[in-house]
Design a protein around this ligand. Structure first.
Ligand SMILES: *Cc1c(COP(=O)(O)O)cnc(C)c1O
Length: 392
């Protein structure tokens, strides 16, 4: 008999009832060190006092009004995002997939509003991930995402990630934009080279295309800059943000330049919940906390220490690990044994990690993780690796 909750997830036999910073706690009191942060969502840790206060305060004032009216909290968060990024304007959503749907629709609308409606195709990349809606599965293109779900949305071409010549060769008079994650997440923590991002920017400028970034996993301070593309010294025209922006409250956003958003006039797009007062109160508190030079310097400091310890871990367990890669606190451990073996051995050590593509184990800790917790995490990974070796 089917379970009351539809069985679309392969769940670990763990259930948490409470969170404190980088720790998750089961009903019997057992504590797990959380290096997954709900897939890069709880970037300020669990139950961060500032976020709890923002949510409680707003809960007593006003939850929801709809976008029929002005929403002061939404305007405030939009202004914070505009001030901190390349963007001039923001559309709010409840999730990452919706942020990317908005990015795709905006790209198409930009050209149709200019009378170039035939330009609707987007070049995207193999191993990418943009969400689970019909549009975003077509954007990513992988058979495991699209198979069985009927005709696939047209208008996406896929080329290998990092291959600038393949991108250039794929541009046609119908091309509207180029879409990528500056650091691929689900695909196995693969950062784009700076030169690749710079090359894409140049191609877009040369051919009048829009550069669309999906920073849903790598954004919001995760790589040590507020957004990962900043490392390459370039900016996109449109960017999807979600996960970390709500710190655990469902919230997403599609940021854009005024030029890219030129087709998005009243009536062209909408969302009932998107950017409601409750979500935006939390989002503003997250921005207040993360978008400061001090906070980001802390992320870079911790990332450096973590990386150094993980290089040691990989060297100490050459039968288990292949290499460590990533950017900031978005870390991938490439494995020689099946990655799920490492994830499960981690559970035995009360450590939570996340599998990713290319046989990688993802480490996406809260950005507030302490140096002591980093040392603790590496010690637990060391124990997990030793347990795997004992069985090889
Ligand atoms: C998680 C993720 C998404 C989808 O976000 P949802 O909130 O699950 O819809 C899209 N793109 C990237 C890069 C992601 O990591």
């Amino acid at each position: 008999m089917i379970s009351a909750v539809i069985p679309t997830y392969a769940r670990a036999p763990l259930s948490f009832v409470k969170g404190e910073g980088s720790w998750l706690i089961e009903a019997d009191g057992s504590r797990y060190l959380d290096l997954g942060a709900g897939i890069a969502v709880t970037s300020l840790g669990h139950a961060h006092p500032r976020l709890v206060a923002a949510l409680k305060d707003q809960a007593e004032q006003l939850w929801h009004t709809s976008n029929l009216y002005n929403i002061p909290n939404q305007e405030k968060l939009a202004e914070q995002l505009v001030a901190a990024t390349f963007a001039d304007t923001v559309f709010f959503t409840n999730s990452g997939a919706e942020a990317m749907e908005c990015a795709i629709k905006m790209t198409r609308k930009h050209f149709s509003a200019k009378g170039e409606g035939e330009r609707s195709e987007i070049i995207a990349f193999t191993e990418s991930f943009h969400g689970r809606t019909l549009g975003t599965i077509a954007a990513a293109g992988a058979a495991k995402l699209v198979n069985g779900f009927g005709p696939r949305l047209e208008g996406f071409t896929h080329v290998p990630f990092g291959d600038l010549e393949a991108v250039a060769a794929a541009i046609t008079p119908q091309t509207a934009g180029i879409l990528l994650e500056p650091v691929q997440g689900e695909g196995g923590i693969v950062p784009a080279e700076d030169a690749f991002l710079q090359g894409l920017r140049s191609l877009c400028d040369e051919h009048g295309l829009l550069l669309i970034m999906d920073e849903i996993q790598c954004g919001m301070g995760r790589t040590g800059k507020l957004f990962a593309h900043e490392w390459a010294g370039i900016s996109p025209d449109i960017m999807g943000v979600a996960k970390g922006i709500g710190g655990g409250f469902p919230l997403g956003a599609c940021l854009a330049t005024e030029r890219a958003a030129s087709g998005m006039v009243a009536g062209t797009h909408g969302s009932t919940y998107g950017g409601n007062p409750l979500a935006c109160a939390v989002g503003s508190a997250v921005m207040d906390e993360i978008a400061t030079p001090d906070f980001l310097a802390g992320v870079n400091r911790k990332a450096g220490a973590f990386r150094q310890k993980l290089e040691g871990l990989v060297a100490a367990h050459p039968q288990v690990f292949e290499a460590v890669r990533g950017a900031g606190l978005m870390i991938g451990l490439a494995c020689k044994v099946p990655n799920m073996d490492v994830v499960r051995a981690g559970y035995d050590q009360h450590l939570l990690t996340i599998p990713g593509g290319q046989n990688v184990v993802r480490l996406l800790p809260a950005l507030t993780i302490s140096m002591d917790e980093i040392a603790d995490a590496v010690a637990r990974l060391d124990q997990a690796a030793s347990a795997i070796e004992a069985k090889l």
